[in-house]
Design a protein around this ligand. Sequence first.
Ligand code: COA
Length: 159
Amino acid sequence: MGSIKENTIKFKTYSDEYRDNLVDIIFDAYSDFPEYGESSYKSAKKYINWLKNHSTLFDIVFDKNKPVAFLVVDGNWISSYTGEKVGEIHELAIRKDYWGKGLGKTLMDRALNHLKSLGLKKAGLWVGEKNKRAIEFYKKYGFKPVRKYNQWLRMERSL
Ligand SMILES: CC(C)(COP(=O)(O)OP(=O)(O)OC[C@H]1O[C@@H](n2cnc3c(N)ncnc32)[C@H](O)[C@@H]1OP(=O)(O)O)[C@@H](O)C(=O)NCCC(=O)NCCS
C-alpha cells in the first residue's frame, strides 16, 4: 500500500451534518476490537455528541470528499488521577482501508502541535490493552504506559 496523496486530502472541523459518517468510521475502525468501539448506532451518536462537547480540536479527514478518519483532542482535560491539566487525545479513528498510509502520523502531528500551541506540557490517552497496533503506534510517538484501568491502558508523554 502506498502513502496517501496529500493533494486529495482535506480537513474539516466537525459539524453535526457529519455525525453519521463518523459513526460509520467508528464501526469500521474498531471492527477487530468491537469491545473498544461502540455497541450500537445510538451509543455511537451519543459518544460523538460527548466528543463535540469535550474538544478543542475536532478534525475530520476527507479523501476525495469521502470522510475517512477523525481526530478529537481536548486541551482542557483534567486528569481524574492526578488533578493536573493534560492534553487528552480522546479519539483517533481511521477507516481500515486507510491504515498504513501515513494518515495516523499526519493526525498525531496535528494533535501534538495543537496541544503544544496551547502551552500544555503533557499529552495522554486511553487505549484498549489488546489493541497492539495502536499501542505500538503511540509508542512510536513517545507515549509510555503509565497505568491500567479494567481493559484500558493509560499512555502519556511530555510535550
Ligand atoms: C492506530 C491507527 C490510528 C494507526 O494509523 P495508521 O494510519 O495505520 O498509521 P500510519 O500509517 O500513519 O503509521 C505511522 C507510523 O506508525 C507505524 N506503525 C503503524 N502500525 C504499527 C504497528 N502495528 N507496529 C509498529 N509500528 C506501526 C508505521 O510504520 C508508521 O511509521 P513510519 O512513518 O516510520 O512508517 C489506526 O490503525 C486506527 O485508526 N486504528 C483503529 C482505531 C484505533 O485503534 N484508534 C486508537 C484508539 S486509542
